[in-house]
Design a protein around this ligand. Structure first.
Ligand code: 5GP
Length: 213
């Protein structure tokens, strides 16, 4: 028996990033809905709740003072300012899930992803891309109610996020939703077949095999 078989099963940590307009949120929602083994981490944010968003479900909505207090206490695994608001992932929530053998998915920006990799170099990075820059702009224009200034700012922010694609191990193009979703699910499935993940989970099968070798 070696160290791997003796260790407790630990969960995998997935990070999903994308520029806004790539369709990341809908993909992630569909992915975690069909995979009960994947827990979507609920981030904290200082931005106001949008219509339909519930505190504790979509985000933990905190005021800036409370958020900064938690930064001071070292509560966050990562935090970043995005579009003028603070966003962060509470470390305790993530560690509790991973230690219990549960896989965790973080839907965060590139700044947060960098910080997470410092603590969890083994985290698996997935970056969702639009099929083209033109298509991204078309999606960001949405129903055409926003001014050109607003669109230009969103495009600049999207390009800023896009520029970090090479920091992720997997790239998934969201051209057709179902195809992109299948690709994300396939990555999660493949990562779960790795030796280090399977060994402690298959101890009942593998230990007797090893003891006879
Ligand atoms: P939104 O306000 O539209 O929900 O999210 C805006 C951006 O903030 C998205 O790029 C999203 O991935 C990012 N974001 C959401 N939660 C977190 C978080 O906990 N940490 C970081 N670094 N970014 C986050």
């Amino acid at each position: 028996m070696n160290d791997l078989s003796r260790s407790e099963p630990r969960g995998l940590l997935f990070i999903v990033s994308a520029p806004s307009g790539a369709g990341k949120t809908s993909l992630v929602k569909a992915l975690v809905e069909r995979d009960p083994g994947l827990a979507l981490s609920v981030s904290c944010t200082t931005r106001l709740a949008r219509e339909g968003e519930q505190d504790g479900v979509h985000y933990h909505f905190l005021d800036r003072e409370r958020f900064e207090c938690e930064i001071g206490e070292g509560a966050f695994l990562e935090h970043a300012e995005v579009f003028g608001n603070l966003y962060g992932t509470r470390a305790a929530d993530v560690r509790r899930c991973l230690d219990a053998g549960q896989d965790v998915l973080l839907e965060i920006d590139w700044q947060g992803a960098r910080q997470v990799r410092e603590h969890f170099p083994e985290a698996i990075g997935l970056f969702v891309l639009p099929p083209s820059i033109e298509e991204l702009e078309r999606r960001l224009r949405g129903r055409g109610t926003d001014s050109d200034d607003v669109i230009a700012r969103r495009m600049a922010q999207a390009r800023d996020e896009l520029a970090h694609f090479a920091e992720y191990g997997y790239l998934v193009v969201n051209d057709r939703f179902e195809t992109a979703l299948a690709a994300l699910a396939a990555i999660v499935t493949a990562e779960r077949q790795r030796l280090a993940y399977q060994r402690p989970r298959l101890a009942a099968l593998l230990d007797p095999i090893e003891s006879t070798i």
